[in-house]
Design a protein around this ligand. Structure first.
Ligand code: GCU
Length: 602
């Protein structure tokens, strides 16, 4: 039964999963539905609900056309607003910049005889991400609801796309809600829309809906497949760099694999200095015939901790990082696709970074693919941000679904080494239980990567800062957000400040920094000047360089980004100015301060 509650979708339903989209694309099984869609703004939800509060039988999801003059149809997609997909709606039309509500997207899908799926094929719509909730309709029929703004999801449409023109309608709603993740307030723009790609994917009737492989800390490989369809008498073969490493009968729809360390010891390891990727294929056969096959390029590396060190391929590594929002290199819009990823991570490389914190939510897959290629370690993150309803079971359920979307999509990515469960949440029993369930989910889906969370540091006059947030007990790496020299404490006080933790684990300073308006110059004690920001970075670097438990940092933030919280005219104008580059990519003085230090570390 579909969720027929008022317009606010509260639970995902009717959702399928289909990972390894790149592999499907390489196999020619993906048809892009990106491009110009039609759209109708619907702040009063009239497209879904009639004045009696029931499902509107004439609703926008029906994509009605007046069939004769007497027909009273009070909408028409064909002559409505145009929106580009992928893309947020806020930056495509000036009147939409602050819009929070429902927008109905419609795309006509033309299917020719040659494009109709065969009897032994299945078809899915794959959405890279839609913020925040979406209801998917095809030819007027509701198929699925998805809640969560940053993870991929699929909707099965097998048997529904015969020859002809089909109406794909998606209701997207980006209203903030207290029970959601994120909740009511975030220091980033609430970009609404189908902000990542939409594809029509055609797969065999029995398909590998998930196939992953990664290296565990002991140098063995772990992974698995999930098969949807007839799983009788199936055989699984996995090759890495052309060598068969797995050859076994499938034990069921979900099948785990391990490959002993010595079978892959000779293969070149992935690292920032040598980001080698090996071709991997997963092949399902039945009586010798190929049933389904998927490929991916996978890096092999180990990641672990040893006391207060992070260890990559057996050697301690210092994470010379930078944080990023998923905002494009210019235009203050949602980032999407390979070009944005290449530019943004190119700037990280120019900083001499080997690490990026993709905050505060799952970024476009192009970002982790580019990090794999470029040799940047990645901190992946869930938007468990300020003001979460930790005691709401629906919120917990959605957090676990978003955690699964994050891990399942990226757990073959060597660059991804950290899963972060939260950012700046306040200690308490409900928070502990909520985040604990996310950490457990992370480890169920991927026992190899490190877990973390960015902890809030509250101002203190004590120069000896001791981290004792109880969450530190449950994560592998302690993320510490601190803004000495900006929100509290003077630059001078940093010279006396020491950082220790209760936990004997690696610390990453997951946020630090200061604001500056690009091109605004003056004395280093004048706030909002580039000189002020650079002076804060110099003082932070001096303090961090002598912090024994620190295994790395990801200063906040690579690029100025849009936020409704920052409204100082002439300086912020709707942007958070802690970027090392402006919203148009212009580099501030602090960029070279950080880049110079990272270069000096080798
Ligand atoms: C917080 C928060 C960020 C925010 C930053 C700031 O630490 O995690 O999302 O943008 O501080 O105040 O600029």
């Amino acid at each position: 039964m579909m969720d027929t509650s008022w317009s606010q979708a509260t639970k995902s339903q009717g959702i399928s999963r289909l990972t390894n989209l790149a592999g499907r694309r390489a196999a020619g099984q993906v048809h892009s539905l990106d491009g110009t869609w039609r759209a109708i703004l619907d702040p009063y939800d009239t497209g879904l609900i009639n004045i009696l509060g029931e499902r509107n039988k004439q609703g926008f999801y029906r994509d009605f056309k007046p069939r004769h003059p007497a027909d009273r149809v009070e909408y028409d997609f064909d002559t409505s607003l145009e929106l580009q997909v992928p893309g947020d709606w806020n930056t495509q039309h000036p009147e939409l910049l602050y819009y929070e509500g429902a927008v109905w997207y419609r795309r006509l899908v033309e299917v020719s005889a040659s494009q109709v799926a065969a009897e032994d094929e299945r078809q899915f719509l794959h959405f890279g991400a839609v913020n925040h909730t979406s209801r998917v309709f095809l030819d007027g029929e509701e198929l699925a609801t998805h809640v969560g703004g940053f993870g991929p999801f699929s909707v099965e449409v097998t048997g529904r796309l015969g020859v002809g023109t089909h109406s794909l309608v998606v209701q997207v709603d980006n209203r903030r809600e207290p029970q959601r993740i994120p909740a009511m307030r975030s220091d980033w723009w609430n970009f609404g829309g189908i902000h990542r790609s939409v594809d029509l994917v055609t797969v065999p009737a029995t398909a590998l809906i998930d196939a992953w492989l990664t290296m565990a800390a002991d140098g063995s490989l772990v992974g698995g497949v999930e098969v949807d369809g007839d799983t009788t008498n199936l055989h699984l073969t996995i090759t890495v760099a052309g060598d068969t490493v797995v050859e076994e009968a499938l034990t069921g729809a979900e099948h785990a694999v391990t490959v002993a360390h010595d079978e892959v010891a000779a293969l070149e390891r992935w690292s920032p200095n040598n980001p080698t990727l090996h071709p991997v294929t997963w092949t399902l056969t039945r009586s010798g015939d190929v049933v389904d096959q998927l490929g991916a390029d996978v890096g092999l590396r180990t990641i672990a901790t040893d006391g207060n060190k992070i260890v990559l391929n057996g050697e301690p590594i210092y994470l010379k990082g930078i944080s990023l929002h998923a905002e494009a290199p210019s235009g203050g819009r949602r980032a999407a696709g390979a070009e944005d990823a290449e530019t943004l991570l190119g700037w990280a490389s120019d900083l001499n970074a080997n690490f990026v914190r993709l905050g505060h939510y799952q970024h476009d897959e192009a970002m982790v693919a580019e990090a794999d290629r470029r040799g940047l370690l990645v901190w992946g993150e869930l938007p468990v941000y300020w003001g979460i309803e930790f005691d709401n079971p629906d919120t917990t359920q959605n957090a676990l679904e978003q955690a699964a979307e994050l891990v399942r999509r990226d757990r073959s990515r060597a660059s991804v080494v950290l899963w972060s469960a939260a950012n700046e949440t306040l200690p308490g029993p409900e928070r502990q239980a909520f985040i604990g369930s996310i950490l457990t989910r992370f480890r169920e889906l991927d026992p190899t990567r490190l877990t973390t969370a960015a902890l809030l540091t509250l101002p203190s006059n004590d120069p000896a800062v001791h981290i004792d947030d109880p969450l530190g007990e449950h994560v592998d790496v302690i993320g510490v957000n601190q803004y000495m020299g900006w929100y509290y404490a003077s630059r001078e006080s940093m010279a006396e400040t020491t950082w220790t933790s209760e936990f004997g684990k690696p610390i990453i300073f997951s946020e630090l920094g200061a604001g500056a308006k690009y091109g605004h110059h003056g004395d280093e004690n004048e706030i909002w000047t580039e000189e002020f920001q650079a002076a804060v970075y110099r003082a932070q670097i001096e303090m961090i360089a002598r912090t024994e438990d620190c295994a790395g940092l990801s200063p906040w933030i690579l690029k100025d980004f849009r936020t409704p919280l920052r409204v100082l005219p002439g300086i912020q104008d709707g942007y958070n100015r802690k970027g090392l580059v402006s919203e148009e990519g212009e580099r501030k003085l602090a960029f070279d301060v950080l880049a110079g230090w990272y270069a000096s570390l080798g």
